[in-house]
Design a protein around this ligand. Structure first.
Ligand code: IDC
Length: 482
């Protein structure tokens, strides 16, 4: 069946499209087991960290208000090993065809802070409502802005259509000028075939810089894609998939090893509507290195409600359908690729915030997914308020987790003073399994069952263990020394 869904949350149309795709016997889900990004030693990576940061969107130099001391604090307080670092097209390509190497130097400098602390970095080509140039302030800043942000002013063609002030930033998406800017970008208008080519080439310039950098492991090709007047599967399987393929091909001309992360249409899919994204082929030799990087923003929370009562019931239902869709796209459509939850988050002062965060991390754990929480910016959504006070997020996130596993994880779980991990060892991997243990649960020594301790470092809070080279799965349990 050929389905063209014309509206955003068109349950019937999109569900029909979903049903026409090959599935594992249900409308969603998958029989394909989770897959993982791997490090140079071949270990499966479990990635936990933040988006850093929204403040980069409007900064003239494109850098977040985030210092090396801020990173040190985050690392010490929560043991994170991952960042989704915001970059922007307007900063990479300020003039058509000119790539700003001084900007890439500044990004590389931040990447080195993460490298020193053993993090992995995903670069996120961020945009919201196309560009800062949709409003006059951002136009003079060549696309810098804290509502619209992303594309440079020279790539913003609104054809004289208006953009009126809105109460909520998301509502700018349906302003006529913004719709037209997207239609010109996707070349739905037939007037601007050059824009997607610029976009792919800008990514190639970024990949050229970071190809040899072991810390940068992934490229998130476009934050929260929006199709303008094309919506749903017609957009995702059409110009969006075409842009992803073009950009992947451009990246692979200069970088064979980094993962290329693709996201669905944001509106609707972030709220649990099935995605109609189609397969992207990785031209690299060997295994595919594509990853799926969706976001999760259940509607009741998006509208400012807490995680309690009816809002909680609706949010739980959203998470369940969202999960089915993620498993289907990553497992069946993209071909068994790793998942990174690129964004989720909420105002931590809302009722039930801790439960919601726990619920989402449990889901991510079961999906084998990396997580980057939105965001590290100071404020009630983040781990710290502007005066440095911790929000409840710090204690909620500061839990044991396996960071790098010498094989394939099948199951793991943790509470503040216990971690249990089952995995199938990969005999080709000689590096040990690495586990983060917070001071709150592990103030002294550690007891390990099912594996031998290689090293326990109470300063870095990293435990490394190795197991006998069994063919079958092993279960490792870590508790505080009695
Ligand atoms: C928000 C910022 C806000 C800014 C807005 C528009 O928190 O200060 O005004 O962007 O630039 C997303 C987006 C992410 C949003 C985030 C929270 O990817 O950029 O940040 N969010 O609203 N999608 C759903 C939520």
């Amino acid at each position: 069946a050929l389905i063209v869904a014309g509206s955003l949350i068109l349950g019937g149309g999109i569900a029909a499209a979903q049903g026409s795709l090959p599935t594992s016997g249900s409308a969603g889900g998958t029989d394909v087991p989770p897959s993982y990004l791997t490090d140079d030693a071949g270990r499966s990576l479990i990635l936990r960290g933040f988006n850093t940061a929204s403040s980069a969107k409007s900064a003239p130099d494109g850098m977040p208000k985030f210092t090396e001391a801020d990173l040190e604090r985050e690392h010490a307080d929560m043991g994170t090993n991952f960042v989704r670092f915001l970059i922007s097209w307007r900063s990479v390509e300020p003039e058509p065809g000119q790539y700003d190497q001084a900007y890439l130097d500044r990004v590389e400098d931040r990447v080195s802070w993460y490298a020193e602390r053993g993090y992995k970095v995903m670069l996120d080509m961020h945009q919201d409502v196309y560009s800062g140039a949709i409003t006059p302030e951002g136009n003079s800043g060549n696309g810098a802005g804290n509502i619209g942000n992303g594309a440079p002013a020279w790539a913003t063609y609104m054809d004289g259509l208006p953009v009126s002030p809105q109460d909520r930033w998301e509502l700018y998406y349906i302003q006529p000028g913004v719709m037209r800017a997207f239609d010109n970008f996707w070349n739905t208008t037939g007037q601007h075939p050059e824009l997607v080519e610029h976009y792919a080439n800008a990514w190639q310039a970024v990949a050229e810089r970071f190809a040899g950098n072991d810390t940068v492991v992934a490229y998130d090709l476009m934050n929260e894609p929006w199709g303008g007047s094309l919506q749903g599967p017609a957009f995702e399987g059409g110009p969006l998939a075409a842009l992803y393929q073009r950009t992947t091909n451009a990246i692979r001309e200069v970088d064979q090893d980094s993962w290329v992360c693709v996201a669905p249409q944001a509106v609707g899919v972030n709220q649990g509507v099935p995605s109609g994204l189609t397969k992207i082929n990785d031209p690299r030799a060997g295994e595919q290195r594509i990853a799926y990087c969706p976001h999760l923003y259940p509607l009741p929370l998006d509208l400012g409600d807490g995680y309690s009562g009816l809002s909680r019931t609706l949010t739980d239902a959203t998470i369940d359908t969202w999960r089915d869709s993620v498993e289907h796209i990553a497992g069946n459509v993209l071909g068994g690729v790793p998942v990174i939850l690129g964004e989720f988050g909420l105002d931590t002062t809302l009722p039930g915030a801790t439960d919601y965060v726990d619920r989402v991390y449990t889901t991510a754990r079961e999906l084998g997914a990396g997580v980057s929480y939105w965001s590290s910016d100071p404020g009630p959504w983040g781990p710290y308020l502007p005066d440095g006070t911790q929000t409840l997020l710090v204690d909620t996130l500061n839990k044991p987790y396996p960071r790098a596993v010498a094989g394939t994880p099948t199951e793991w779980s943790s509470s503040v003073d216990r971690l249990q991990l089952t995995f199938t060892p990969n005999p080709a991997v000689t590096a040990p399994t690495e586990i983060y243990l917070p001071e709150s649960g592990f103030p002294g020594g550690v007891d390990v069952a099912g594996a031998d301790i290689v090293n326990w470092n109470p300063q870095s809070r990293l435990l490394t263990v190795e197991t006998a080279d069994d063919a079958g799965p092993v279960t490792v349990t870590v508790t505080p020394a009695s």
